[in-house]
Design a protein around this ligand. Structure first.
Ligand SMILES: *[C@@H]1O[C@H](CO)[C@@H](O)[C@H](O)[C@H]1NC(C)=O
Ligand SMILES: *[C@@H]1O[C@H](CO)[C@@H](O)[C@H](O)[C@H]1NC(C)=O
Ligand SMILES: *[C@@H]1O[C@H](CO)[C@@H](O)[C@H](O)[C@H]1NC(C)=O
Ligand SMILES: *[C@@H]1O[C@H](CO)[C@@H](O)[C@H](O)[C@H]1NC(C)=O
Ligand SMILES: CC(=O)N[C@H]1CO[C@H](CO)[C@@H](O)[C@@H]1O
Length: 430
């Protein structure tokens, strides 16, 4: 009897000591589940690191953390992804596919397909169920590529990058999708990951992921959080209730044709006008126009940090070097009406849940276009609250979905849970 006690006692001690030494000296557990943000324009993959409690968004191509959500098929049938696909886009526009997320899991009428076709240089069709697919020409034969296949090629690239980084196979994933995605769109997004050889453990809403990235699941008490996601081509606004790790989407609204590309267009149109005035001829050369558009993107990004910058560009069709000073003020004037439109869905979600700005506890900004100082200022003024911007807005969703992956993987010191409640949200179209 006595010896039994001693054995029991020492085994408890051994277990305690083993735990103590394990925490102190064993390498931290390797992340087994990755988080993937399959975005409309950019995609990235992250892992949650135990012990440090930080998220690493992993390098995918040449130190780029996010890769363009673009794939292409070369003449010889080779598949190109991300930056490699973008690099050859100009010479192979019919076989370069992007924006697949706008088509995934959606049922289209023939008229809608015709409308969409006007905006894209690749060929779009729909099958008998109305599901869209893309037609590419590979080695002289037509090939039908569904949006989920585009997704799976992008996810496959992210998965490979993660496996290289972790020196271990990557088999499980948590995905994020727009809050407005219906069951079918979620299903097809899941299929993209399954086709890439991954088991999907959970799908969470992008605004929920962004709130997780800011640790809002750890807050005590009820929080009303507005997430504003302004990307390259879409604006999504969601109002979440967060309480003790539970997330409830209360309302959402948006504009699926407003984003960074529209702001670029305004500046591009302005510069084209300046060129006509200065040289007496419109700029029609394709290469020059492409060069101008790339410079416009550059200027927009630079004007986030500087008040003015100068564009300098050799226009080979006019045999002239075009140079022009652009101030932040001019950029803001050109886009004044578009920037104001960002506030419309914010107003709509507040009205839908009968709340005022005083009821809002946190404002989270997501998407590269929320870096634009004027956009930030307008949101801050409208909600009378300093928005939360400490996390890179382009990585917030990937960070949050990686934290969710860490929670599911039981990675200490993450002890909290985060659960999304199913909800019948009010979706307000503008
Ligand atoms: C392209 O097609 C030709 C003839 O059909 C075939 O010989 C060749 O192997 C194909 N190339 C690739 C990369 O599939
Ligand atoms: C994995 O990614 C992290 C974050 O980008 C980076 O710091 C680290 O060096 C990478 N490790 C390997 C082995 O590639
Ligand atoms: C989702 O996929 C599952 C299995 O693949 C299927 O049973 C279910 O009906 C699908 N739901 C929708 C809404 O497409
Ligand atoms: C933008 O900034 C980058 C880096 O500072 C610089 O190389 C580039 O010339 C700038 N572009 C313009 C149009 O000002
Ligand atoms: C300005 C602002 O709201 N900052 C908050 C951003 O989120 C972190 C983490 O939740 C808070 O600690 C900050 O106060």
């Amino acid at each position: 009897m006595g010896s039994a006690f001693i054995i029991l006692g020492s085994s408890i001690l051994a277990v305690l000591l083993a735990g103590f030494f394990a925490q102190k000296y064993l390498p931290p557990p390797k992340p087994k589940i990755v988080g993937i943000d399959l975005g409309t324009t950019f995609s990235c993959v992250g892992v949650y690191q135990a012990v440090t409690g930080t998220v690493d968004i992993l390098d995918v191509q040449d130190k780029h953390k996010c890769i363009p959500s673009v794939i292409a098929f070369s003449e010889s049938g080779q598949t190109l992804v991300g930056y490699d696909a973008v690099a050859q886009e100009e010479h192979n526009p019919q076989n370069t596919l992007y924006d697949a997320k706008r088509f995934i899991g959606k049922v289209f009428t023939p008229q809608e397909i015709a409308q969409a076709q006007e905006r894209y240089s690749f060929k779009i069709a729909a099958d008998q169920d109305g599901m869209a697919y893309f037609i590419v020409l590979v080695n002289g034969t037509e090939r039908h590529v569904y949006p989920e296949e585009v997704g799976s090629i992008i996810i496959g690239t992210l998965r490979e990058a993660a496996a290289n980084n972790l020196s271990a196979p990557v088999l499980k994933v948590v995905l994020s999708v727009p809050a407005e995605f219906d069951a079918k769109q979620r299903n097809h997004t899941k299929k993209a990951a399954v086709l890439a050889g991954l088991e999907v453990l959970r799908i969470i809403n992008e605004p929920t992921a962004a709130a997780l990235a800011y640790g809002l699941h750890n807050r005590l008490g009820l929080q009303n959080v507005i997430v504003v996601d302004l990307g390259g081509g879409t604006l999504d606004v969601s109002l979440l209730n967060v309480q003790g790790g539970m997330f409830l989407t209360q309302a959402m609204s948006g504009n699926n044709r407003l984003g960074g590309q529209d702001f670029n267009q305004r500046l591009l149109q302005y510069l084209k006008k300046v060129i006509v005035q200065r040289y007496g001829a419109p700029l029609t050369d394709k290469e020059d126009l492409q060069g101008l558009l790339l410079h416009v993107e550059d200027i927009k990004i630079n004007l986030t940090n500087t008040r003015e910058c100068e564009i300098k560009l050799w226009l080979h069709s006019l045999s002239k070097t075009f140079s022009e000073k652009i101030t932040r003020e001019l950029f803001e004037d050109l886009n004044a009406d578009l920037f104001k439109k960002v506030l419309e869905p914010i107003q709509k979600v507040l009205e839908a849940v009968e709340m005022t700005r005083e009821d809002i506890d946190e404002v989270v900004l997501v998407g590269g276009s929320t870096r634009i100082p004027k956009v930030r200022e307008l949101i801050k003024e409208y909600l009378a609250k300093e928005p939360n911007t400490s996390i890179d807005p382009e990585l917030a969703v990937a960070s949050g979905v990686s934290i969710q992956a860490g929670i599911i993987g039981g990675m200490w010191p993450l002890t909290v849970s985060a659960v999304e409640l199913p909800t019948r949200v009010k979706k307000i179209q503008l």
